[in-house]
Design a protein around this ligand. Structure first.
Ligand code: URA
Ligand code: SF4
Length: 213
């Protein structure tokens, strides 16, 4: 029965008021509001030295209700300028591969372990990743995804706290707290090794299947 019909029946029964209860905690608007609060905090954050060279911190973007979150390393030059994750060359490849699966980039949430660009796009240090990790954790607490697709060895290391040989470990699914980690290549690696593009594509497809199965 549709909602309108329900309401009409209630009216006929003499109801004049209808109290609609909704779980504010879980609405998309509420999630977006909480994510925006984190954004305000990171724009002022000086917990690690990466704040010194940033134009702005980059929180992430996408569907706050997504069951799958893509996680990279840190913003690069384009991301630092635009304030959005994965919008440079590597980002365009990621977007193209997501869309090749028949999905849209906006269906998922995309972010990074570190929210500020390292100088010269160097790899963030373990300390910088540790300093920034609580923000990622807060994001995940809000979004509550099932699967985290970790793009590259650095993102994998941030979660597993050990060295990761990504060419050996890509494609593996690892339990992490109440979520699943899906390890794959960083799209920048695939730009340097174009023969691996199909592998990254298949991994993205599998991560999506895992999240929605
Ligand atoms: N590389 C990353 O790891 N993250 C971005 O957002 C862009 C490039
Ligand atoms: Fe703060 Fe993270 Fe930026 Fe470091 S990288 S200054 S911890 S927001």
């Amino acid at each position: 029965m549709g909602l309108k019909k329900h309401i009409r029946i209630l009216q006929e029964l003499g109801y004049e008021y209808l109290y609609l209860e909704r779980e504010m905690e879980n609405t998309v608007e509420e999630k977006l509001k909480k994510l925006e609060e984190i954004n305000r905090v990171i724009q002022e954050c000086k917990k690690c030295d990466l704040h010194k060279n940033r134009t702005q911190a980059v929180l992430g973007e996408g569907n706050p209700d997504s069951r799958l979150v893509f996680i990279g390393e840190a913003p690069g030059g384009d991301e630092d300028k635009q304030g959005r994750p994965f919008v440079g060359r590597a980002g365009k490849l990621l977007t193209r591969l997501i869309e090749a699966t028949g999905h849209k980039r906006e269906e998922f949430y995309i972010t990074n372990v570190c929210k500020c660009r390292p100088p010269g796009n160097r790899t963030p240090t373990p300390w910088e990743m540790e300093a920034c990790f609580p923000y990622l954790r807060q994001q995940l607490d809000i979004i509550q995804p099932k699967v985290l697709c970790l793009l590259g060895a650095t993102a994998a290391r941030a979660f597993l706290n050990r060295h990761v040989a990504i060419t050996k470990e890509r494609g593996s699914v690892i339990n992490w707290e109440d979520k699943l980690l899906y390890l794959t290549y960083h799209p920048a690696y695939v730009l340097r090794n174009p023969s691996e593009e199909m592998t990254l594509f298949e991994d993205i497809k599998r991560a999506i299947q895992l999240a929605y199965s």
